[in-house]
Write a protein that binds this ligand. Structure first.
Ligand code: TPP
Ligand code: MG
Length: 693
């Protein structure tokens, strides 16, 4: 099909190609969302073709402007643009290929098994997708972290190398979600003038008109956050869009939101401006009528008219190639070239772990694992310059403060800072960390373990995207004492362990903390949750017990039976390992042969081969008892059906630490008694409050 057969100017032809590809893909899949791509095609086109600094030949160019499709249900908009702009596929090992990231064939396979065009955009799966989106609000929140990373990298490596802008397209859903409120507030505070949100103000969501549930004055809301607020009254008015985008680029003291009025399902005679255009195919008849409205051949399917891809190549393609080539030259002249390459490949500098602390035994007073962690974190962060530490207003309680020279706060005018105060915004903190990680920084953020629930959607996305974010949680059990049940985590460990791709690491003492950090930093393509105590725990005497290096394998024999195979195996994590050791010693005095297994990281242990796992937890008929101050869910995997689990079956209690421990049976005496009973019965006994359930 030649351009001349369709009587449209080249810009409209490109825009309508985006629209019709989206319509056809959704129709063929019989599933998906045609309405937003139809409405927003001019916005995406104007941005990509005339503004975005992006080289389709290398979608990993570190200084590319980022485009985030926060309304991920409009994925066909992104896939169409990636196809038409000729974005190339990149292999997992960062090798560039000449293959398209999204071929026409893949567009025809929209939403099919293993296609590069899944229902919602997936980072790492489809080249050119900057972040996984679909859970509304997450994309725009993540874009704040990207903008922050651009600022940091600009300070560290020079603004001639890093000054990328971040654009995010979002719908009513994204702006209704709480996470966007936190993220917008944070971005306003940080004055991230390289951040531009484009809000698709179409007054429609799934249930119908937004007035059913939403009457926010969005403009005033964003003005109050300190944003630059611009309006474009018609998504089809590319001149106005261009002016607004220029205005964004000229704004040097705050982020920008462009409120774009659009018509969902634009061009569909019977579905435009209705929720019917949101989440289902238009239907064959309506597709024809819509194509007729566009002046498109009504029977053509997946049509990319001649000249469309060439036009993109002349626009975003040429501009991006030139800018990228200039950038490469500048990089050649940079003394930080190697550091940038290392950061980009998620490698760690040589010697990053050369001086990790080892802690003297201290079985009396002990040391809180959060405190030990702070020492290790500082050692590492000093040697990994692109590691950034933040907290949701619990910097010292969670012990994540960086204290070496130069580790000042990240704030406007101090964008080279290493310490971020996210404020009491867990949703924004975790998503900002994903955004930073997507731009190859190594972020960590912290809160109390209970409040990980506030961050769960963001943790989940970091896990789906396999981003090496460190989620650091302290106050990790009822052992936090007086703050009571609201603050005492119960089900959080089990729920985090249920998440694929996430290592949950709960070290038992200071030396396990050092090893936990080593394990965490080595996970360069996965997030971890580091789970630490508020209260002191003994620093075990490693001349008596096994080396903490066993943490690297997830679990290890810390103390073993003397004089033969163990008849009892006590398994614990974190602060409860001391109880297992106490029981082990008490029982040894009674002639019972027991083994203590410290199991700080189930995931790492499960990755070990069967031989090692059998060595640590032999199937020799020994009675097994697990001890952990949390939900018992999942411990059956290690103690078996006949094992005993001392865990939590209710929420906790507000009382001094020792009283809480006593109340729920987490004492050496009780663990010893339970073990004795289990031995006597040859297996399972009811532990703790199990009867009360
Ligand atoms: C967190 C979350 N909640 C609910 C959904 C389900 N959902 C997908 S799209 C949508 C409506 C979105 O409305 P809007 O952002 O205005 O998009 P439009 O219909 O205008 O394209 C909903 C509720 C989701 N994807 N994520
Ligand atoms: Mg809407």
């Amino acid at each position: 099909m030649t351009t001349s057969q369709i009587d449209l100017d080249i810009d409209t032809l490109c825009i309508d190609t985006i629209r019709t590809l989206s319509i056809d893909a959704v129709q063929k899949a019989n599933s998906g969302h045609p309405g937003a791509p139809m409405a927003l095609a001019p916005v995406a086109y104007e941005l990509w073709q005339n503004h975005l600094r992006y080289d389709p030949a290398d979608p990993t160019w570190p200084n590319r402007d980022r485009f985030v499709l926060s309304n991920g249900h409009a994925s066909m908009l992104l896939y169409s643009v990636l196809h038409l702009a000729g974005v190339r596929k990149v292999e997992d090992d960062y090798t560039l290929t000449d293959e398209p990231a999204v071929s026409l064939h893949e567009i025809e396979r929209f939403r099919q098994l293993h296609s590069r065009t899944p229902g919602h955009p997936e980072y790492r799966w489809t080249s050119g997708v900057e972040t996984t989106t679909g859970p509304l609000g997450q994309g725009i929140a993540t874009s704040v972290g990207m903008a922050l990373a651009s600022k940091w990298q600009g300070e560290r490596f020079g603004r001639d190398l890093f000054d990328f802008d971040v654009y995010a397209l979002a719908g009513d859903g994204c702006l209704m979600e709480g996470v966007s409120h936190e993220a917008a507030s944070l971005a306003g505070h940080l004055k991230l003038d390289n951040l531009c949100w484009l809000y698709d103000n179409n007054h429609i969501t799934i249930d119908g008109k937004t007035e059913l549930a939403y009457e926010d004055d969005v403009l005033t809301r964003f003005e109050a956050y300190g944003w630059n607020v611009l309006r474009v009254g018609d998504a089809n008015d590319r001149d106005l869009l261009a002016r607004a985008l220029e205005k964004f680029k000229d704004t040097n003291d705050r982020p920008t939101i462009i409120v774009v009025d659009s018509h969902i399902g634009y061009g569909s005679p019977n579905k435009e401006d209705t929720e019917a255009a949101h989440g289902e195919p238009l239907g064959p008849e309506e597709v024809k009528l819509t194509k007729e409205f566009y002046g498109w051949p009504e029977d053509a399917q997946f049509l990319v008219p001649d000249g469309v891809m060439e036009h993109f190549a002349e626009g975003v393609g040429r501009r991006g190639a030139e800018l990228h080539a200039e950038w490469k030259q500048k990089l050649e002249g940079s003394s930080q070239r190697d550091e940038i390459a290392m950061m980009q490949h998620r490698e760690l500098p040589d010697g990053w772990d050369a001086e990790l602390p080892s802690f003297e035994a201290d079985e009396e007073k002990g040391l809180a694992t959060r405190k030990a962690s702070n020492q290790v974190e500082n050692m590492i962060a000093e040697r990994v310059p692109w590691m950034i530490a933040g907290s949701a207003d619990l910097t010292d309680s969670t012990a994540v403060r960086l204290s070496f020279d130069g580790a000042h706060n990240f704030e406007p005018g101090e964008f080279d800072g290493r310490q971020i105060h996210f404020g009491i915004r867990e949703h924004a903190a975790v998503t900002a960390c994903s955004g930073m990680s997507l731009c190859k920084l190594r972020p960590l953020w912290s809160t109390y373990l209970t409040f990980s629930d506030y961050a769960r959607p963001g943790i989940r996305l970091s896990a789906i995207m396999e981003l090496p974010v460190i989620h650091l949680f302290t106050h990790d059990s009822i052992g936090l004492g007086e703050d009571g049940p609201t603050h005492q985590p119960i089900e959080q460990l089990a729920s985090l362990r249920a998440m694929p791709h996430l290592d949950v690491i709960r070290p038992a003492d200071a030396n396990e903390v050092t090893e936990a950090w080593r394990l965490a930093m080595g996970r360069t393509h996965n997030p971890v949750a580091l789970v630490l105590t508020r209260q002191n725990v003994p620093v075990f005497d490693r001349s008596k017990y096994a080396s903490a290096e066993g943490v690297r394998r997830g679990g290890y024999v810390l103390a073993d039976a003397e004089g033969g195979d163990p008849e009892l195996i006590l398994i614990a994590s974190g602060s409860e390992v001391q109880l297992a050791l106490g029981a082990h010693e008490a029982l040894a005095a009674e002639g019972v042969r027991s083994r203590v297994v410290s199991l700080p990281c189930w995931e790492a242990f499960d990755r070990e081969d069967a031989d090692y796992r059998d060595e640590v937890l032999p199937d020799n008929g020994a009675v097994r008892v697990a001890i952990e101050e949390g939900s018992t869910l999942g411990w059956e995997r290690y103690v078996g059906r006949d094992g005993t689990i001392l865990g939590m079956h209710t929420f906790g209690q507000s009382a001094p630490f020792a009283d809480v421990e006593e109340e729920f049976g987490f004492t050496v005496e009780n663990v010893t008694a339970l073990a004795r009973e289990a031995l006597a019965k040859g297996g399972k006994v009811k532990a703790g409050q199990e009867e009360e359930r």
